[in-house]
Design a protein around this ligand. Structure first.
Ligand code: PRX
Length: 643
């Protein structure tokens, strides 16, 4: 029997969507009359310079929403609140890792954004251009995003933990004209030297489109400034006006591209459009996070990932809430840093990842117990399946049994939350994302697209396009078609396995492709393999994930070496560091195993499935009839037993 947790009656009474009937009514309306449903939401919840001509256009698999409508994300997140009585309300409440703080009102944020938009304009940037943003978690990161959005410059935020190599690949793929960065940021009391990585990425002239770099001063450390290419943010801002009209952009104008891992070594540029994206980010703030006017809302993600885009910046600011931002690590200076922030700012809604929860569980309850967490009224989880034990700890120790938990399933591609409980309506079961959002039609199917019975595992697909759906893969519409719309023809393929229980609740089981999920960060096995084979000693590499108590999954690499004298211990350390340098520290393999051969099919394909079985269960049970040389597997399994 699954344990069911209904939300507490006090929460239900005050919720934006209260009771199952209210949820069902919304869901059914959206299912039966999707265009009317979304048109009403768009008119009520967003500002439009010009209304759309028609709501939805579908040239499978290419969707357009609010066609002919004109709007602006920055206007919706700022001007309308400033004009509508929230001028002095705090928009961003920021805490730096060293303890410095900033409180920025909607009025002030609008001025900061306009001033920086004027800087971008003065550098000749205009709608349709592209900007890479590679910054620490400081308020200037949303300022830069909103300034781009104000002018129609498509931005791509690159997570500050990515390496120079990864940054370079993104600048090139996007053909960005400008890179917006900072000297560095603080993490675990150390400086993350971002500008050095930008210098490395641009060094060899490999990024010919990126002619300028704008540098915000955060750490005030020594950095190189290249004459004629690098400019200080504060110097460019001198004398700039604090007014800048928001461009009246097409609803389909590309707002941003966010790179994520796919099944090949090359990251995909997920492209999101303006109107539909903002609408669904806005609605899910109201439906899932139950945002009320006085809420203090905190999402602990990094803005470099989609969670930060939709639920630190665009969603929260669009609904006019106060969004808390924290620069650094949860364990700096001690394991109660997050709880001290919750207590200090009286946070009401807190949204984080299962990996973070598991890491905090390991440290013990004494850390949260040191702080007054009574302001919390709602908790959220995202990025990977949450194991019931972690859910229950979160509910009991952080939420004191009082706060509902919204386990939110979605993806970079979906732009906004797709499956999650509306906390005032849907009772929760630990480990289940529960029920879909209005307008989202999930189904569990087999590879022929036939629905599977409730309780059985299958592929999770979404049957109908939704407003915040990715529009394409930047520069590669064929890959977009092939990746999402071809496996099961005509429907969106999520890449996740799932099952539905007899109450209609969805349980996400994990990826079915070669995508790993390490600490809620997406990483492809091929990306790590490509990084490894660039090392001069490596002949071949095969990468699989293995279950990990804290990070959910961990990276495990099988490597064959070129001829030569190698010290496996030294080389193991070196290769782990190599991957961190090629991709980013979060991709550092947990384990490197050297082997004299990899298991392959007769046609030469590496059988990753067997390797996965070896790392998880030490034995190989599945079908091995296509294997070329069985002795390889026997040797690998034996090696495992020796470890
Ligand atoms: O496998 C699912 C897992 O994360 C994948 C999407 O990763 P990404 O695009 O990086 O976006 C993460 C943040 C939205 C999904 O295909 N995933 C995400 N949320 C959940 C989840 N798995 C289970 N439960 C979740 N709540």
């Amino acid at each position: 029997m699954d344990h069911v947790y209904p939300s507490n009656p006090e929460f239900v009474a005050k919720a934006n969507v209260s009771g199952m009937d209210a949820y069902r009514a919304l869901y059914e309306r959206a299912e039966q009359q999707p265009e009317e449903f979304w048109a009403e939401r768009a008119a009520e919840n967003l500002h439009w310079f010009k209304k759309w001509d028609h709501v939805f256009e579908w040239n499978p698999p290419f969707a357009k929403w609010f066609v002919g409508g004109k709007t602006n994300v920055s206007y919706n997140c700022l001007d309308r609140h400033v004009n509508g009585g929230r001028k002095d309300k705090t928009a961003i409440l920021w805490e730096g890792e060293p303890g410095d703080t900033r409180k920025i009102s909607y009025g002030e944020l609008l001025r900061l954004v306009c001033r920086f938009a004027n800087v971008l304009k003065s550098r000749g940037l205009k709608a349709g251009d592209r900007a890479i943003i590679y910054m620490p978690m400081i308020p200037e990161l949303p300022v830069a995003m909103l300034a781009c959005a104000r002018l129609g410059i498509t931005h791509s935020v690159v997570f500050g933990g990515f390496s120079a190599e990864a940054l370079k690949a993104r600048i090139q793929d996007l053909g960005a004209q400008v890179v917006i960065t900072a000297d560095g940021g603080w993490r675990r009391a150390k400086e993350v030297r971002l500008k050095d990585a930008v210098d490395e990425a641009l060094a060899a002239g490999d990024c010919p489109t990126a002619k300028e770099v704008i540098v915000y001063r955060r750490t005030a450390s020594q950095i190189a400034i290249k004459e004629g290419r690098d400019y200080w943010w504060h110097e460019l801002e001198e004398g700039m006006s604090e007014e800048c009209p928001a461009a009246e952009l097409d609803a389909e104008h590309p707002l941003y591209v966010l790179y994520t891992s796919g099944t090949t070594g090359k990251p995909k540029g997920i492209m999101h459009a303006t109107g539909g994206y903002l609408l669904q980010a806005t609605m899910t703030m109201k439906w899932v996070f139950d945002i009320q006017e006085s809420d203090m809302y905190w999402c602990s993600a990094d803005i470099g990932w989609v969670t930060g885009h939709s639920y630190i910046v665009y969603g929260p600011l669009s609904v006019g809430t106060t969004t808390v931002m924290y620069e650094g690590a949860p364990d700096t200076p001690a394991f109660d840093r997050w709880w001290s922030i919750v207590a200090k700012y009286k946070v009401n809604i807190f949204y984080t990842s299962p990996t973070a929860i598991r890491a905090l569980i390991r440290q013990g309850e004494q850390w949260p117990e040191k702080h007054d967490l009574s302001s919390l009224r709602l908790l959220g989880s995202v990025g990977e399946p949450i194991n019931p034990a972690a859910w229950e700890w979160y509910h009991r120790v952080i939420g004191k049994g009082r706060c509902p938990i919204v386990d939110t399933w979605w993806q970079t591609e979906t732009g906004a939350i797709m499956i999650a409980p509306m906390p005032g309506a849907v009772p929760q079961k630990p480990g289940s994302g529960t029920l879909p959002m209005p307008g989202v039609l999930p189904q569990i199917v087999d590879l022929d697209g036939k629905p599977v019975e409730d309780g059985k595992e299958g592929y999770l697909i979404l049957r109908r396009p939704w407003p915040s759906m990715l529009r394409t893969i930047w520069g590669d519409p064929e890959r977009y078609k092939e990746q999402y719309w071809s496996r099961v023809p005509g429907v969106y393929f999520t890449g996740d396995a799932a099952r539905r229980d007899s109450d209609g609740y969805f349980w996400i089981l994990g990826r079915v492709d070669d995508v790993m999920n390490v600490s809620g960060h997406r990483l492809s096995t091929m990306e790590v393999e490509s990084a490894l084979v660039k090392h001069p000693a490596v002949a071949e590499a095969a990468v699989v994930s293995k279950p990990h108590e804290i990070t959910g999954q961990a990276v495990c690499c099988f490597v064959t070496l070129k001829k030569g004298d190698h010290d496996p211990r030294k080389l193991g350390v070196e290769l782990r560091q190599w991957v961190a340098h090629e991709i980013g520290a979060f991709a550092r393999p947990e384990e490197i195993r050297f082997t004299d051969a990899l298991p392959k099919t007769r046609s030469g394909k590496i059988m990753r499935r067997l390797l996965r079985e070896i790392v998880t269960s030490h034995t190989v049970a599945g079908d091995v009839t296509t294997l070329e040389d069985m002795s390889v597997v026997t040797r690998l399994a034996a090696q495992q037993d020796e470890d």
